[in-house]
Design a protein around this ligand. Sequence first.
Ligand code: UT7
Length: 317
Amino acid sequence: MKRTRIAGTGSYLPQKILTNKDLESIVETTDEWIVQRTGIRERHIAAEDEQTSDMAVVAARQALAHSGLSGADIDGVIVATATADRPFPSVAVAVQDALAIGKGPSFDMQAACCGFVYALSTADSLIKNGIARRLLVIGAEKFSSLLDWSDRRTCVLFGDGAGAVILEACDGQGTSADQGILSAHLHADGQYQGLLHVPSETGFIEMDGPEVFKFAVNSMSGIVAETLESTGLEAADIDWLVPHQANIRIIEATARKLKMSMDQVVVTVDRHGNTSAASIPLAFHEAVSSGNIKRGQVVLFEALGGGMTWGSVLMRF
Ligand code: UT7
């Protein structure tokens, strides 16, 4: 059976690290409050002149190197981002140009923090339909550009960065026979737009934290059940959970639902904060390159974002 596998991964984090202690001198907050309520200790912040596309290109270059491929081997690019450099052209075509990627489909997708899950699933469909053979899928964000640095409810939560994967068709034979995406589930409910949004009047993120928290815990538990039911797998068949990194308490609640030990959960929120669409590919790259996630293991990606949008992708790596 034709499947889509991940051939390689890459990531990029800006040089500047902003710690909770640093934030204590910017807004009325404490390291203790941030760690207890979110698990975040520090985050990376892009330089003023560093754009989302700059970060995306570095992560993509690393994913190419990791796969032993060059730009010419790739058909197109999907970039999940809510912080594109400009309204258009897309970040994706900037990456395509920088890396001399082929002339297949290249476009940005916007599903806020769930963007990478949406992009993975879309790329999987394009590959299964024969529209592309290999696609670069990137999550890249400069959320620091959407923060009101006088609002302690939001400015302590987010960070910048990019993560990339290369997806390719595999024909179900040879060493990669059982690798690939097993199922994908995508949802959105526009009734809840106001819970987490960027009003055009201010250009800054506003969030009803406690309501988003409740929505996240419920929807993540629902998406896990939906994924298992559709694949006929049991929670015990999942080797790794790679969740969106918004809050350690949400991540722990999802792991409890799956009866997974936290040793099987990739956590980067302590060092990256919430990097929106970049958080899953950043975490995944870290776990693959440290040798924790191995070929043949079953990995569940899941995320929730403004919209509200939520979804999951289950894959054998
Ligand atoms: O990526 C997309 C998905 N996003 C999420 O999943 C985020 C979901 N929400 C959350 O993670 C949590 O709701 C937050 C971390 C955003 C907030 O934590 P909370 O435990 O829900 O706190 P809260 O908003 O209920 O605020 C509790 C108190 C308030 O003070 P009062 O009204 O009780 O006096 C806030 O004003 O904490 C105060 N507070 C802070 N205090 C110190 C809010 N932000 C801060 C801060 N430092 N940075």
